[in-house]
Design a protein around this ligand. Structure first.
Ligand code: GDP
Length: 306
């Protein structure tokens, strides 16, 4: 466990957002709060979440009668943990067989990689997985998914893949869900092509994929996940809103938190989540098969402030 936390910490530290350095002084004064505001904004928390955290923190400082910055830092960890806590949830794949999980996102967010890792995570827990390569236009996307399937086969997993060059993405998904049912698979993971919310025809295409999945199994899809690049900053919120409107999301995966991502975006997502609850089922902390971790609010808050 230390491994991933270390990677997360190292990643967050790389950005030099320096939230922790705000608390190295000796006094709790306006300058401290101003520095903190700046550091939170630099860390991509956004204006709203930054303001929320500052207000909450000032309240906590008053209540606790804290007298030194180190104590304020501990109170910020508490405030952040409380804000992030609702994002912590376990992805449940036991209720339906197969559980159909659609995965969406913009190009390069880490969708295919996350699906590869998620396959590993599920296979380790004993689930049989069928992958649907619904990016039928890019040969490289299909091949990449096949590579991930192979990597998983070398491990514990039983992994099938349904793909079809140049075919209709929705029909590949229909076939995959039907095959998942026929073969008694536990999970069908649908990898869709990357798209921007502004590409309206592609947004229509992914809505159609969802409708067709529903035709193959009226209870499906059971999860619709959006993969977000942790480096995206406030743009992540725009993506969440747009994909949610189009598809009705059930959860998020935030990737690349081992890299230069500033981490604060999770606070912004958490604030958004108060109006529209969406769990962060997993975070990505590297490019390898096992570098997908469940999100834990307190550990994340501590890493962000370490
Ligand atoms: P897609 O277009 O959304 O399917 O994105 P890919 O899965 O192809 O990933 C794009 C790039 O991001 C690849 O080079 C991945 O190795 C990299 N990547 C994905 N997730 C992570 C992560 O959690 N950490 C790091 N460091 N790289 C990642």
């Amino acid at each position: 466990r230390e491994g991933w936390l270390g990677k997360l910490r190292a990643g967050l530290r790389k950005t030099g957002s320096g939230i922790a350095t705000v608390f190295t002084g000796t006094r709790i004064d306006d300058a401290l709060y101003e520095q903190l505001e700046e550091a939170l904004l630099m860390a991509d928390a956004g204006v709203k979440a930054t303001q929320y955290l500052l207000d909450d923190l000032k309240h906590r400082v008053k209540e606790s009668k804290a007298t030194d910055p180190a104590a304020v830092k501990a109170l910020l960890v508490d405030a952040l943990t409380e804000l992030l806590a609702p994002l912590e949830q376990t992805l449940n794949v036991g209720a339906h067989k197969p559980t159909v999980i659609m995965v969406a996102g913009v190009n390069g967010a880490g969708k295919t990689t996350s699906i590869g890792k998620l396959t590993h995570h599920l296979a380790e827990a004993g689930a049989s997985v069928l992958l649907a390569a619904a990016d039928t236009f890019r040969a490289a996307a299909r091949e990449q998914l096949m590579v991930w399937a192979d990597r998983n086969r070398q491990g514990t997993g039983s992994v099938d893949i349904v793909h079809q060059a140049g075919g209709d993405p929705a029909s590949v998904c229909f076939d995959a869900v039907s095959a998942g049912k026929a073969r008694g698979k536990d999970v069908v993971l649908v990898d869709t092509a990357g798209r921007l919310p502004t590409q309206l025809h592609l947004m229509e295409e992914i809505k159609k994929i969802k409708r067709v999945v529903q035709k193959a199994d009226e209870t499906a899809p059971h999860e619709v996940l959006l993969v977000i690049d942790g480096n995206t900053g406030q743009n992540a919120l725009t993506q969440v809103k747009a994909f949610d409107e189009a598809l009705g999301l059930t959860g998020l995966i935030v990737t690349k938190l081992d890299g230069t991502a500033k981490g604060g975006v999770l606070a912004a997502i958490a604030l958004l989540s108060r109006e529209r609850p969406l769990p962060v089922y997993f975070i990505g902390v590297g490019e390898q098969l096992d570098e997908l971790e469940t999100f834990e609010a307190r550990e994340f808050a501590q890493a962000l402030l370490s």
